[in-house]
Design a protein around this ligand. Sequence first.
Ligand code: ADP
Length: 533
Amino acid sequence: MSSSDRPRSAELAALTAIAAQVNCTQDLDEILSAALKTTLEVIGETTGEIFLIDEETGALILSTYQGLSEAFVHEEATVGPDECICGQAIRAQRPITVADLETYPARTRQACLREGFQSCIRLPLLARGEVLGLLNIQSRDHRQFTEADQELLVAIGHQIGIAIANAQLIKDAERRRATLDSVMNSLVDGLILFDRRGQIAYVNPRAAEVLGLPAAALIGQDLVMIERQWADQVLQPTQVLAELRAAAADPTGGQAVEISLTSPSARTLQAQFFSVDDQGGGHLGLGLILRDITREKELDQMKSQLLATVSHELRTPLASIKGFATTLLREDVEWDEASRREFLTIIDQESDRLAELIGNLLDMSRIEAGTLRVEPELVDLRPIIQETATAFQQMAPLPIVLHLPPTLPTVLADPRRIRQVLRNLIENAIKYSPDGGTITISVTTTADHLQVSVSDQGIGIEPDKLTNIFDRFYQVDTSPTRRVGGVGLGLSICRAIVEAHHGQIWAESQPGIGSTFHFTLPLALSPGLIETE
Ligand code: ADP
């Protein structure tokens, strides 16, 4: 239909239909294909296409089309930013019409001529002064697109431009929201946002977990809900909740409130409020960060405990060495040979104790600095276990029994370090068996590793402590009445040594019955070990 015999009402109807589609639908593909159909109908043509401009490359990406052959569509799926009449129209930011494509070879693509197109109009789709896409209509006649055609198409192009801009805004907002969501969801700290009225507007999964309530139950509630939730779980609730309220009232003060929870498990949280303001400084609400500082508190306590224990552990042998040395030096007493030997033996043993403690502290600092070295060689563990056990047997107050197979496969290990692990485990077995019993050392082998187990019939360990005991400075009994020495480093050093050998260490125990400590070492010919080399 040419512009001269097109009634004004048809143009208006087309424009209204496209505007309605833009306002009612959010699906851009649907809007574009309906708009193209309506446009072709009102302009009286059968072939056309809409391209969207790729925001990054500026290339034109074919989005919807009508009346075009598969070959053409395939060839024209992407058009470079500066190519043909399309590029010209985009740069000019206005429609470009060509009444005879044959006479416009420099800018006409072969594909258009092959399809038999004689004329065309390229209409940039604009929004906010920016070209977001291109509406192309081609004709197999030598059609002169009139002023009236162009006016109508510009109006239509405007509507489509708005639809594209809206879709981009929605996509952008969704992308930003998705990024924000993943950041919030992966935050290790809990985050709660309160709106201006003090109602909870957002709760990240960690905060919901810390509070023990689903996020949905918290949205729309206020701080009172959190206080109520904590009222019977917090140590000294009256004081803590008052501090929390004061911190909320003065979020810029940066005051952190420490909350000791007693249930469902004992934990320490740190709560800190901050003010949420918009870019213009307007107040939007409050944020609350909840950090679980249980581990930090424990480490802190352990460090203080360590200082006390190390000083004590150093002082005891030192006092004994000093005492016996002074005694031996007394000029007014003549010591017989047996007493002299006894005193010197004690000095010797206590010096060993000191040296061992200092060695452990040094090993620990090497482990922390990542410089603990193991020097593996091919070794037979049998004599190493036998020698270590024999050394203890001579002085141990309880029997040590060995269950060793007649021969053991070779392992790749540092013999000095493995002796250290064995000594530690046997020493512990003796130390924590105040009422005696037997210590048993056994070895089993599997296809790829060898497992050494040291069992005792001592005091045992509560199940919930079985993994903690391998943490540095951890001791089950830290009471001042603790009867045995040690600073809580032995097992963590054992773990570091065994892991440096690609092995594992763990404990099994029944309180009051006894404990077994197992560690594994890969066999020298184990497939796993060869692979890692
Ligand atoms: P410590 O110097 O205190 O012995 P370790 O690291 O060797 O340090 O052990 C950590 C804690 O594990 C000990 O304080 C003790 O509570 C527990 N433990 C270790 N071995 C045994 C055992 N054989 N029986 C019972 N408890 C043990």
